[in-house]
Every structure is written in C-alpha cells, then in structure tokens.
Design a protein around this ligand. Structure first.
Ligand SMILES: [Zn+2]
Length: 86
C-alpha cells in the first residue's frame, strides 16, 4: 500500500454505506462495550481500539471486534484478560 493509498484510507470515503449507499469515512476509535443489565454495572468494560467506518448521511457505524475481545464478550469470565491486552 502506497502512502497515497494510506492517506486516502484515513480520510476519504472507504466504501458505500450498506444502509443508504452514501460514502463513509474511516476513523480510529476506542469503544468501551458494557454488558447489559444491572449486573453489567459491576463488570469491567471491554475496550476495543479499532478502525470504525461512519456514514456521513445516516450515521451507521461499523467496526470489527478482534478475537480476544470477542471471546470476552462471549464469555464474561474472560473480561479481565481482554481488558489488559488493549
Ligand atoms: Zn448510511
């Protein structure tokens, strides 16, 4: 990937929004995912630092949860492990 391509992927439309077909932009994000319910208030957040694609028209956002964080979301006992890896 050339520098021009990298710069383009950072600031330009990456692909069309699957909902409204408008252009999306790529951003770097840090997202904290909560478990639902009152019991979720006592559990640590699962932090995900990833590229997120945001539609400038409808606001739909999309990102991929990495394997370790995905495992933590599937097995709440792994939350501590995933949290320390970010
Ligand atoms: Zn859209």
């Amino acid at each position: 990937m050339s520098l021009k391509d990298m710069r383009r992927s950072d600031v330009q439309d990456v692909s069309a929004c699957p909902s409204c077909k408008s252009p999306r932009r790529s951003f770097i994000s840090e997202i904290g995912i909560h478990f639902r319910g009152t019991e979720g208030l006592n559990k640590p957040l699962v932090w995900v630092s990833r590229e997120v694609l945001v539609c400038g028209r409808c606001g739909r956002a999309e990102f991929v949860v990495p394997e370790k964080e995905r495992q933590a979301l599937n097995n709440e006992n792994l939350v501590e492990t995933a949290e320390t890896s970010v």
